[in-house]
Design a protein. Sequence first.
Length: 144
Amino acid sequence: MPFHNIFKKKKAKKKPTEVIKEKKETEKEKPVSFQKPETSFKPPQKREKIIGQGPIVLKSLHVTEKASDLAKKNQYVFKVTSRANKTGIKRAVENLYGVNVWDVRIINVPQKARRMGGQKGWRKGYKKAIVKIKEGQRIEVLPR
């Protein structure tokens, strides 16, 4: 014989007429035209992985002789984070510089062994992206 219900109070059942009266009273209390109160709260929007909205994709411009030769062909070289992908790089460049990106190529530069006297060590590897932009548009490599 279960004893778990003996100490609970039993709820009194409502008569059907009481339930109908409660429904009518609640219907009267509702306003005819409901308008949402104006608040300054805005629901969070979906965040993209671009500069200014989440993790940084572009680290810096990669300035070398080869990169300066590519700049003449409307191609620019950037160092990017190791987890960056082509679509994220494209969005970041378009939002940061206001240009149209045609093509993105990614190169993963591996780490290399180096020696300093008797010490052995490693030079860090990195990821770089070559971004081709629309003809007639430019990215200011060194601001004047």
